[in-house]
Design a binder for this molecule. Structure first.
Ligand SMILES: O=C(CO)COP(=O)(O)O
Length: 140
């Protein structure tokens, strides 16, 4: 089963909730994770079940980063606020860096999120299962 993470900064929370509502049919049979407040708001407005980590500023981005490092995340939807500085900017940079290190599809805006989720719905993420089957050791 594919694993998906939802993360959104405060001024993008409404967008991610609307996105989760629109694609609830795609997300409902996936394993879902989120940072604390984002996941709460999505669960309050959909019937999706989400494993919530800590809120971003308290370490939630790093917790999701740990799953990425273990190759246990297949898609990250991270609606960032590009117009407001965040106190935990280093954590955000670290999470996005890990997506690049491990080749994990990551959307940082709604337009990309839309394209990735449609691809997911079409079955284009089959290659992730191949990656899983041929997973190398975790040590470098
Ligand atoms: O700050 C965040 C991501 O960097 C999101 O955290 P919350 O979902 O707890 O608001």
């Amino acid at each position: 089963m594919l694993n998906i993470a939802f993360i959104a900064h405060d001024r993008k929370k409404e967008d991610i909730v609307n996105f989760a509502i629109a694609y609830e049919h795609v997300f409902k049979d996936k394993r879902l994770y989120s940072t604390g407040t984002t996941g709460q708001q999505i669960m309050d407005n959909t019937s999706l079940k989400i494993h919530r980590f800590l809120s971003g500023p308290l370490g939630g981005d790093q917790q999701i980063g740990a799953l990425i490092a273990q190759n246990e995340m297949d898609l990250v939807i991270f609606l960032r606020d590009p117009l407001m500085a965040q106190p935990h900017e280093p954590d955000i940079t670290a999470l996005l860096r890990l997506c690049d290190v491990h080749g994990i599809p990551v959307a940082t805006n709604m337009a990309t999120a839309e394209i990735l989720v449609r691809a997911l719905d079409r079955g284009d993420f089959g290659w992730r299962e191949l990656v899983e089957m041929h997973k190398p050791g975790l040590t470098k």
